[in-house]
Design a protein around this ligand. Sequence first.
Ligand code: ADP
Ligand code: MG
Length: 293
Amino acid sequence: ATPTAIMVGTGRGAAAGILVKNAEALERAEKLKVLAVDKTGTLTRGEPAVTDIVALGTGEDEVLALAAALEQGSEHPLARAVLAEQKARGLAMQAVSGFAAVAGHGVEGTVSSRALLLGSPFWAAERGATVENGVLAALQGQGKTVVVLAEQQAGGSVALGLIAIADPLRESSKAAVARLQALGVEVVMLTGDNRATAAAIAAQAGITHFEAEVLPGDKAAAVQKLKQGGRLVAMAGDGINDAPALAAADVSFAMGAGSDAAVEAADLTLVKSDLMGVAHAIALSRATLSKIR
Ligand code: ADP
Ligand code: MG
């Protein structure tokens, strides 16, 4: 497009709540075929809260207190939810030693001489603590993320409890997905969360194509895969983990409320953290180009 087209697009973008860092990317938005969206913080509000604690052989408060001790050194949104609930229940904070965060899986460390981990059911099972409990599947079916607290004991790992954390959809997500689909854009959800939780959230948002259990380092590769056949692919994300995937996309959108890393990596920022902004960007791109032609 001409410099005039770019200026018109950039000015209107600002009016529509889209901060344009890369005007050429806005220009490309016209031909978008696919939008990959991160789940947590992009489709959902990114304000996870603990909804259920299931104690397996111990008390609920003990499960929560041990989980909080493990999470005190983590910056993950799930950690914030666990710590907020511990505080709300007035539970004392215990010290942790040998803390480690394992990206895409969870956290581990020693609390009161007990070797513990807190993380995804898949990871806990890998470490020997399998949860065969209908409650787990039921909670995941409600779109909640369930993390397992497990202890390494002499006879092997034992699950001490489950913590379910809910992060509701943003109010605008469902309508934005429908609008994008009407514009001929396929919306694909990418998440590190487990399949059952991902399926429930995707269904709530009206998304049929999703990829679950994507490790943080693999989101960029998932975007590359969507580009196969020359399809023009956009990515919308909010997290530090999303920056490589944003860079891999033809057009990238950061949520305004997202991390600095995402905003820096993205071509365009949705100031109101509203995915409807992607549909606006497409409309803007089409209008600006047709005006100049
Ligand atoms: P997402 O892509 O949904 O933001 P992540 O890749 O950050 O997810 O994490 C994937 C999964 O790993 C989470 O759903 C959770 O089960 C587990 N996990 C990661 N970090 C933590 C943590 N600090 N505490 C508990 N569980 C965690
Ligand atoms: Mg996110």
